[in-house]
Design a protein around this ligand. Structure first.
Ligand code: GDP
Ligand code: MG
Length: 441
């Protein structure tokens, strides 16, 4: 067995969001924090690649090839283009399955984020996300909206996995969050969503539009064309899709062959997959995941750090779990709240780092006036960091969070002051011991 699969075997899909019988969703905060806040990940910019779409259309199967590429490129550091794996190696990773029962539910993040450095020196962490089979008969509109909208808002690339063609229905599903997009477009800088990658599986007319990215782009342009004969609603939907995403692209994948689609014994090994499918996969995967093609997630105009992603997921989940389908304004509020919470956390870290350096447990006693000076300096730096961070909702909204921040810093300072005083007492107790030692000598 190769090292690649040995290492990948240690990873698994972590269920971050699970559906509950009452059609609300549960967030596993503990698992999410453990993943995003780990020391070598938390300060890296987020690249979040997710795959969404109807169940049993090969999403998890595809993600497992993404895993192979990521492991080869960013763990083994190999640039030889030979990432697809050995001919007889079973495909592992997110579990995928034959049969028509759905398998993955909710949102799953791969437990091993991949670390990479972009050409401009930016250090990033790449997360892969698998989603619930949306738009099937068992899901309600609400489940769909939650899973699809949440993935779209937090992903740097969302891959919309569809079967055979881009149908009017597939576009209609995007309507679920165009309401939010409309409000967000007015209130925020730039486009509300980042990159929507249509991925058409089992494309069967390569003589009309060839397999791959170019054929895909042409098909997508055709489908998003606005013309006089269309109903007003269809025109608006097309205009909005174009205006809400910073980047729209499409890729046409051929059918992977009968063994993949129909064989009970198929275990994902390459020798059972059609050559044309593998050829296209070798174009598609680096197009999305090669270092030069990675684009960090941007929230309200700023690159999002892994430790901040938690605030967004939590805020959005609360909104989607409300009693009604969220109105756009509520989602916007949640974004502003997460912006502010991230800014508070960042500022708190600035303060704590500076104060630990000046007066932490291992530092000597400081005169009260000197300690107070350090506090003012660190507090100013922290407030500066808070102000510098772009936040939705403006000053009126952030004032409350600023007050809360100042209060937290003062409390932290109080604890440091007490700790500092205890060092002083230790000094006084220490003095006679020194005398005693001198006397013995
Ligand atoms: P998911 O529910 O979308 O995650 O689908 P899975 O990845 O679990 O795959 C469901 C079934 O589809 C499995 O039996 C796969 O072997 C098969 N499959 C994977 N990719 C493709 C594809 O591109 N076309 C077809 N027709 N079947 C596929
Ligand atoms: Mg799946």
């Amino acid at each position: 067995m190769s090292t690649t699969s040995e290492k990948l075997q240690d990873g698994r899909g972590l269920q971050i969001v699970s559906p509950k019988p009452d059609h609300t969703f549960e967030l596993d905060e503990k698992a999410l924090v453990a993943l995003l806040d780990s020391p070598d990940i938390r300060n890296r910019s987020v690249i979040l690649v997710s795959v969404a779409g109807a169940f049993r259309k090969g999403k998890s199967f595809l993600l497992d090839f993404f895993l192979r590429y990521l492991h080869h490129t960013y763990v083994l550091n190999l640039k030889d283009g030979d990432w697809l794996g050995a001919e007889d190696e079973p495909l592992q990773g997110f579990s995928w399955r034959g049969g028509s029962e759905r398998h993955t539910t909710g949102l799953l993040l791969w437990s091993q984020p991949f670390k990479a450095t972009l050409e401009n020196g930016e250090e990033v962490a790449i997360f892969l996300m698998d989603t619930q089979g949306t738009f099937d008969s068992q899901s309600t509109v609400r489940d769909n909206a939650t899973v699809f909208a949440l993935s779209t808002m937090i992903s740097s690339v969302i891959i919309y996995n569809i079967s055979q063609n881009i149908e009017e229905d597939d576009l209609q599903h995007l309507q679920l969050f165009t309401d939010y997009g409309r409000v967000a477009l007015e209130k925020t800088e730039g486009k509300p969503f980042q990159h929507l990658q249509f991925l058409v599986r089992d494309w069967s007319v390569p003589y009309e539009y060839p397999y791959g990215a170019e054929g895909g782009q042409r098909l997508l342009e055709k489908r998003l064309e606005v013309n006089e004969n269309q109903h007003e609603e269809l025109k608006t939907l097309r205009r909005e899709i174009k205006s809400f995403f910073a980047k729209l692209s499409c890729f046409l994948l051929p059918h992977p062959g009968m063994k993949v689609a129909t064989s009970r014994e198929f275990n994902g090994k390459l020798s059972d997959i059609d050559a044309e499918f593998k050829k296209q996969l070798k174009d598609l995967v680096p197009m999305l995941l090669a270092p030069e093609n990675l684009k960090p997630k941007v929230m309200s105009g700023e690159m999002l750090k892994a430790k901040e992603l938690f605030h967004y997921i939590k805020a959005y989940m609360e909104v989607f779990n409300g009693s009604e389908l969220p109105v756009p304004q509520t989602i916007l509020e949640a974004t502003a709240q997460a912006n502010n919470l991230s800014a508070v956390a960042e500022a708190r870290e600035v303060y704590e780092t500076l104060m630990e350096e000046a007066a932490g447990g291992s530092r000597p006693y400081l005169q009260p006036a000197a300690l107070a000076r350090e506090h003012r300096r660190a507090r100013d730096k922290a407030l500066h960091s808070f102000h510098a961070k772009k936040k939705m909702g403006g000053d009126a909204k952030s004032e409350v969070y600023k007050e809360q921040l100042i209060q937290e810093l003062e409390e932290y300072f109080e604890r440091l002051r007490a700790q500092n005083e205890s060092k002083n007492i230790m000094n006084m107790i220490g003095t006679p011991v020194v005398f005693a030692a001198v006397l013995v000598v």
